[in-house]
Design a protein. Sequence first.
Lengths: 165, 131
Amino acid sequence: MEQILEQFGVDPFLLAAQVVNFLVLLFILKKFMYAPFLKVLQQRRETIATSMKNAEEIEKKLAETEEEKEKALLLASQESKKIIDEAEKSAGEIVAQAHQKAQKDMEEILKKGVETLALEREKLQSQMREELSEIVSIALEKVISGGFDPKKQKELIDQTLKNLR
Amino acid sequence: MKVNRTLQKLINKAVQNSFNDSGVKSEVVKKYITAFKKLNLSESIQALTLYSRGLKRILEEHTLFIESAGEMTKQQLDGVKSLFSKNYKLYTINSQFNPSLLGGLKVKIGDSIFDYSIKGKIKQVKEVIAG
């Protein structure tokens, strides 16, 4: 063994010292470098896992929100369609009612107009008859006044008495 | 002025008694006037006023008013009288000339008017035309 070490030029003491050095270095590295590094790595891993979890939750919530939004939109769409239908129905009814009222009013106005016209015509006819009767009366009186002599007057009275008997 | 109810009844009776079928009984009227004059002054005035009104009313109710456009002969007046005496009790006849009637005659007795005049006929024609 010693021959082999000598052939290769290895000093056992130096080798032992180097081993000790190596072990010391290993110890120091493990103590002051690997442990914090691993700790940082672990923390980072945990942070990433938390972030991933949060991201998943957010994505899930986003999906839920999206779903809710879709539902709300659908509901709103249905509501709005319902409101529009009702509004259209109401508008139709209002228009129909207005049309009916307008028709009724027009008929009423027409009826009143016809009545007024008839009354006016009746009034006019009455006035015309009145004026005509007045004219006829005046004309007859003018024609007859002074037209009968005493003999004719006597005859008229005799005729009246004869008719009364 | 308030009229005594007994006096009013008495006056109404006096008015009725003052007429017979031919007309006013002058003697009875004079008798009632004398009697009413004997009442006290206010009653006397009241009674005479009411009595004269009553007589006038009865006379008007039984007076035949004839209006004619021409002068009527006695025969015509008698004819009218005989016609109306069938349905009315007549005390007097009052005839009047009214040229505005144009022709024919108009008779009034009480509240009734009988228009046989030309003017009346024209009025009827006027009413028919006027509707």
